[in-house]
Design a protein around this ligand. Structure first.
Ligand code: ADP
Ligand code: MG
Length: 334
């Protein structure tokens, strides 16, 4: 066959395609159990990058774990304060600011109440109203004093970074991978998803949002360079006498939040913000959460109401696709 311009061009296109495939960095995956959850890590890059991610997770876990007797946070809670590393101080400081921003819907001093319900130890129980009222006396993020690396808690007070630690960790890992030259990764830290760059082929990462009431998904978000963090009572709960009690506590009542929402997914460029807000908006409920979005506009969200209806903020309209064609989806606009 005589080579024509056309066959030549086709040949060239195939060559270019093959060489571009070959230049994708290698896909590497790992599963890590840390921070009380299963973490699935996918990194396109060299093996060292993935190893560095794993050891960084362990390092941060050792600082922030509320149950590990050797953690910095454990010492602070045991001693009512003390000197902490710059890293722990930075997270406490940023978290306190977010408690203020959410007007206490997020409150990292809620730990005595969380502990009384048994959520940290799995020794679940329903505390009496008197006990809750007494514990609420020390729940107030405004009473945490942070002076550079010195923390002081009110007597009987304790900190819980469970609502923010994975988001902060995701931000640290993103910075680490970027520095290592990684341009494409998907880190799923147990419901805290961090999409770094795009997929190697340039498409956005597809992140599914679990159906809080079933096995499947309510929909899929296609994102790049974003944190996608979901909070919901369905993740951790127990049942007593026909009642379900879940782990997201309304600091105003000391009881599991009854906000009418089954789950809240927050999409933001920063993991810490997304993690803090997914918890806080779950406490606030749809109306307050909508107001918060209108006020700040530095995040987007998907709300799954208890009746299954979906609400999304405007910025997600083109990147969210509902699983079921029958789903009732309302777009929230400014
Ligand atoms: P998960 O850790 O399951 O992803 P969240 O990010 O929503 O979920 O954090 C929930 C955890 O945060 C709870 O297990 C509890 O330790 C703590 N917590 C519960 N309610 C609050 C609250 N209103 N403010 C701050 N922390 C909370
Ligand atoms: Mg959270």
């Amino acid at each position: 066959m005589k080579p024509t311009l056309r066959t030549g061009l086709v040949f060239l296109a195939i060559l270019l395609f093959l060489s571009s495939c070959g230049s994708f960095p290698k896909k590497r995956t790992a599963t890590v159990f840390a921070m009380n959850t299963v973490m699935d890590l996918t990194v396109y890059g060299n093996a060292d990058a993935l190893t560095a991610v794993e050891s960084r997770i362990r390092e941060l876990e050792r600082l922030f774990s509320v149950t590990d007797e050797n953690s910095e946070l454990f010492a602070v809670n045991r001693d009512g304060g003390g000197e902490v590393s710059g890293e722990t101080a930075a997270l406490i400081s940023a978290s306190l600011a977010l408690c203020g921003r959410t007007d206490g819907a997020l409150d990292i001093t809620v730990y005595p109440v969380v502990r009384a319900w048994g959520f940290t130890t799995d020794a679940f129980r329903v505390p009496s109203e008197e006990e809750i009222a007494e514990l609420l006396g020390v729940v107030d993020y405004r009473r945490v004093a942070l002076d550079e690396n010195r923390v002081a808690l009110p007597s009987g007070g304790a900190l819980d970074l469970g609502s923010v630690a994975k988001g902060y960790t995701a931000d640290c890992l993103t910075a680490l991978l970027r520095e290592a030259g990684v341009e494409s990764a998907l880190l799923n830290l147990g419901g805290n998803v961090q999409a770094i760059g795009t997929k190697p082929n340039g498409e956005g990462w597809r992140v599914a949002i679990r159906d809080p009431k079933g096995e499947g998904y309510v929909g899929v978000l296609t994102v790049s360079d974003r944190a996608v963090v979901t909070s919901g009572g369905y993740e951790r709960y127990f049942e007593r006498n026909g009642e379900t009690y879940h782990h997201i506590i309304d600091p105003a009542t000391g009881h599991p939040a009854k906000s009418g929402l089954s789950s809240v997914t927050v999409v933001a460029s920063q993991g810490l913000l997304a993690d803090a807000l997914s918890t806080a908006l779950s406490v606030m409920g749809l109306d307050r959460a909508t107001e918060h979005w209108k006020q700040y506009r530095d995040f987007e969200a998907v709300f799954v109401a208890e009746n299954g209806d979906l609400y999304l903020t405007e910025g997600l309209e083109t990147v969210f696709s509902a699983q079921s064609p029958e789903a009732k989806v309302t777009v929230i606009r400014p």
